[in-house]
Design a protein around this ligand. Sequence first.
Ligand code: CS2
Length: 478
Amino acid sequence: MTRLSAATLDKAKIPAPSYDRDAAGIGIVHFGPGAFTRAHQAVYTEDAIARSGGDWAICAVSLNSPRAKKQLRPQDGLYTLAIRDQKASYRVIGAVREVLFAGDDRIDVMSRLRAPSTKFITLTITEKGYALDGAGQLDLGNEMIRADIADPSKPRSAMGFILLAAEQRLISDIPPFTVMSCDNLPDNGHRLRDACVALAKAQGKATLARHIRRAVRFPRTMVDAITPATDEVVLDAVSYALGLRDEAAVQRESFAQWVIEDDLPEERPDWVGAGATITDDIQGFENSKLRILNGAHSTLTYLGLLAGRTSVVEAAGDPLLRGFVDGLIREETIPSFDAPEGLSPTLYWDVTLARFDNPHIIHKLEQISHDGSQKIPARILPVIAAHGSDAKRAAFVAAGWIEWTRQRRCSDQPPTDGWLSSNTDALPDPSLSPKDYARAMLGVRAVFPAGLPVKLIVGNAEAIAEQGVIKAIKSLKL
Ligand code: CS2
């Protein structure tokens, strides 16, 4: 089958970019061009360009793998967005104009970052890409950070690239870019800014650190759209609808939300026209999303995997797991934070649960299970911190994650978790008893802060190991 590309686009049987792609210059460099950003930010940007024009096309940069380049380059950056909901729909997105892999194209990446036409750097590098420790500070012992300290001129981390480019722009008197983290990280923009400042200092560049703090904007954001990994079923459905082969297609539910902190330059894409919200209470939105949606996801994931479930829709359809997560969110999570004005957290949860029930989205629990060591501290532990030993269900989820890591570390399918795998020295031996393992895990400060109800969590982990998760849930005294 003929492949999708600029040359074959006129054969597409689905809607294609309505604007002149060649006329839209690149104004955004995006680190981490995985499925999420292609299904989310790139779509907002596509709509913004189509509505209001501007040089806002995207240069997509992968830091760790040439995969996106292999998928997208032969297609001139074009790919299909498949919306999988009651009504399926397909459209070709054209906002990505250039695709680079830092491993091969470092010089091109740097010249894009330095170019005065680049006004934004955006990131979806996942939690682990920020190399933060349990307290949210840059982990100077992280391998890529150590490399960026040893040789700042050949960056490996996103922070390293941002710093080198900011320094070169400063020297050449080019106005700074705005840097926007679009990852599920509490306080994402500020943590990224602080990580950049810490790295600049560790590199011995005090002036650059000051410049980053004073002159570069790092608006925080809340991003949302459920985007399961692309599989052959999606690729085949897309090929059929499109009439061309597309190796870079992505799937998503129809719901999408993007809230951006009101700290943007005047000159920016018409993201608001495309449906994004600008707010001065980003934290309220962040907490709602991270603790409600992502917290429920992680809950269904670890408890669901322990119970032999495989997808969100399947786990949410299990009356026991559904009742458990519903109680967690309503009775423990929602009272743990202040919702932003105009957002009803209970309504938000109702809508979220209905999104989990979408039978057209098969979101694998295994996918969500990745990097739990980075996700649990953002999604579940703040709820326990807010209620202490009254956080009965949240404490059970923390125990579920701990016991799941023990079981999986004992098996031939260890958790996909970069931090866990590169810090085995700091972790308890999985052959310990579930009780001793859980107690020792709770002492791993990079994940668990001091002051959590240790006895409660350890007891739950033991119960899950002894009785199985289903019985353990049933015997919870709530
Ligand atoms: C999920 C998120 O994989 C995960 O950790 O919880 O990717 C989730 O699907 C998105 O944040 C939804 O916006």
